[in-house]
Write a protein that binds this ligand. Sequence first.
Ligand code: ZN
Ligand code: ZN
Length: 261
Amino acid sequence: MRIEVLGCSGGIGAGLKTTCIKINDSILIDAGTGLELLSTEAMLKLRHIFFTHAHLDHICCLPLMLPTIYDRLKQPLHIHASDTVISALRDCIFNWTVWPDYTQLPDQAGSLLRFREMPIDSTISLEGLLITALAVNHPTPTQGYLIESSEGAFAFSGDTASTPEFLSRLYSVKRLMHLAVDVSFPSEQKSIAKASGHYTPASLKADLDRWPEGCPKPSLHITHLKPGYEDRVMEQCQQLLSDWNVLRLRSGDQLTFESDD
Ligand SMILES: [Zn+2]
Ligand SMILES: [Zn+2]
């Protein structure tokens, strides 16, 4: 499994791209502004996009990509998401007012987009991977994803505030090598973090303190940092989570899975 981080920031600005993670050549998790980094050829290889939720920083580049590829895409693009996200895309984006309805283009017989509802706790088997949607805690229905391959597993929280259930589901995952978790705000901004549904270093520590003794710890990648607060958040994470291998997720990161066979 090859995982490439295209975008993972909580905002935009020079060098900052919002959430978009590529798995192998054909799968994306979210379609934030990180998607802009793909060449047209790479966009044409995409077959599946899994959405965590419908907030703009996670969906904005799906509509923007379609005019680039629609006339050369040989197979439909499958959109896997909760019913809330599918409704939001249909009603609020592809409604001819905000953007053309690409579910009707190029013609009604052969649309570019295929929507497939992915409920919480469902698993889909795709290209040798098992992809499972896991509930997290954000102001709109949001799901993280667990991606398991023969080489190891990767878990991605999406946007979330404290969500012990998501983390406890991971305790039994075999060879969980990488875990990426949203920590948008420093601990002193706990009010805005709580209101907007994001972890702080302190709230993440409280949940990770429940990680069972003896249960292998994956590398912990901190994602969705708010622009301007990156150093402060990372400093607090390193200090509070000193028993974890804590890394700042960055656009351009490639996560590797070394076999221990
Ligand atoms: Zn969000
Ligand atoms: Zn977000």
